[in-house]
Design a protein around this ligand. Structure first.
Ligand code: CA
Length: 421
């Protein structure tokens, strides 16, 4: 772990609400995003979340422009230096309070945008409980395919339809075919689902043809966002063989606006997933002692549902990224192992993270056994899959004894009816 004075749990900010008990953005967090003041004609620019406020990075003479790609490209040591600078400026000990106060925008008045321009997006499948649950629906005796414990499986997703939290999601239409139907029809998806994931944003990239070694991989990650990989299970079921997910996924992917940097996450690193003694050792390019020791990340991930009839959302699940079979570094090393280049702002999705217990399952497909066992909601309603007007709200949190508790904000989206034409 690379801990420094910015992780000190005793550190306090002159932004008073940063010390509030449930505050997601204490001074130990300092996540970065792109914002503007709602209703003002002004350019979107970089800010840091602190308490209930956004500090405009211009206050520290950091001019990002409308995306954080430039900051991401500067790499990990520059990010670490900037974090120290922000921490000092926002600390109660800072002498800059008077000057910086003018650059605060209350979060309630801020409009948040996608934090980076995403050139490429790939989505992995690292949640072994999810992979097992999904596999069991099709192959009860042999749920995991033989490559799962050798290869961090992934596919190339669609970058253009990634949206920021709060963006409404239109129910997709597509080819649907029930197993007993003779032919498919073209209609609105009836099995619309979410997937609880994390998104890793690439920092300084690599040149085409030059893989990133496992031990250097975390230097190429800028930070982490929440990611909901909306999935139309009926479109997916008909189209996915033999080339994998396509239109059942590419209609929308939601991410949270605040990028929690890799440095903010240092205190919450944990051992990599404990493989069973029968599991194969990863091949050498995926195996590193330090990565096995503390390459995991203990990040709690929750999903909440609010139907139009509910006043307050109901939690559907709480999982933890500890249950990822592969580490972030292994994903980065594998993605680039063939020489493929990552560029600043590229997004790597973790894949759905589920834990072993049903209350940790990260998709409705798992929670309802593919719709066979509908959820009984506190409102008296039932759900097999999402209905129009339903809103899902993903949240994330890191808590560890002896350290501050930090949050990720939220990644939410409400389902709109399918287009009429
Ligand atoms: Ca996924």
């Amino acid at each position: 772990m690379m801990l420094d004075e910015t992780h000190d749990p005793a550190l306090e900010s002159w932004v008073e609400l940063a010390q509030a008990p449930d505050c997601e953005f204490p001074i130990q967090n300092l996540p970065l995003g792109i914002f503007k003041r709602r209703g003002h004609k002004e350019p979107a620019r970089g800010g840091v979340a602190i308490g209930d406020q956004i500090l405009d990075l211009v206050a520290l003479d950091i001019r990002t422009g409308p995306t954080l790609n430039g900051l991401a490209a500067m790499g990990r040591s520059a990010a670490r230096k900037m974090r120290r600078e922000l921490s000092r400026a926002l600390s109660v000990k800072s002498k800059q309070k008077k000057r910086l106060q003018k650059h605060l925008v209350p979060m309630k008045q801020g409009e948040l945008f996608l934090p980076v321009a995403i050139g490429d997006y790939s989505d992995f499948f690292t949640g072994i409980h999810h992979a097992t649950n999904m596999g069991r629906l099709f192959r009860p005796d042999n749920p995991l395919l033989p490559n799962y414990k050798w290869v961090p499986i992934g596919y190339h997703g669609r970058g253009s339809s990634i949206v920021v939290s709060g963006t409404a999601v239109r129910r997709p239409k597509g080819q649907l075919k029930a197993p007993d139907a003779a032919a498919p029809s073209f209609a609105a998806s009836r099995r619309l689902d979410y997937e609880v994931e994390l998104g890793f944003i690439a920092g300084a990239g690599n040149r085409l043809g030059q893989p990133i070694a496992l031990r250097d991989a975390l230097d190429h990650v800028f930070g982490v966002v929440l990611l909901n990989d909306w999935s139309a299970r009926d479109i997916q079921a008909w189209e996915y063989q033999p080339l994998g997910p396509f239109l059942g996924k590419s209609f929308a992917t939601t991410i949270s606006p605040w990028v929690v940097t890799m440095d903010a996450l240092e205190p919450y690193r944990c051992p990599a997933f404990a493989r069973s003694s029968e599991d194969p050792q990863p091949l050498p390019y995926l195996l590193d002692e330090a990565d096995q020791r503390d390459g995991g990340l203990a990040i709690e991930m929750e999903m909440h549902l609010r139907t139009p009839k509910m006043k307050t959302p109901q939690r559907l699940s709480r999982g933890n990224f500890r249950d990822s079979y592969w580490t972030v570094a292994q994903m980065v090393a594998h993605q680039t192992s063939n020489g493929c280049n990552l560029q600043p702002g590229d997004l790597l999705g973790s894949g759905t993270i589920s834990g072993p217990a049903p209350d940790s399952f990260g998709s409705m497909m798992e929670l309802t056994l593919a719709g066979k066992n509908p959820l009984q909601l506190a409102s008296g309603e039932t759900r097999s899959f999402l209905e129009d007007g339903d809103e899902v709200i993903q949240r994330g949190r890191c808590a560890r004894e002896g350290y501050a508790t930090i949050g990720f904000g939220e990644a939410s989206g409400r389902i709109m009816p399918a287009a009429s034409k």
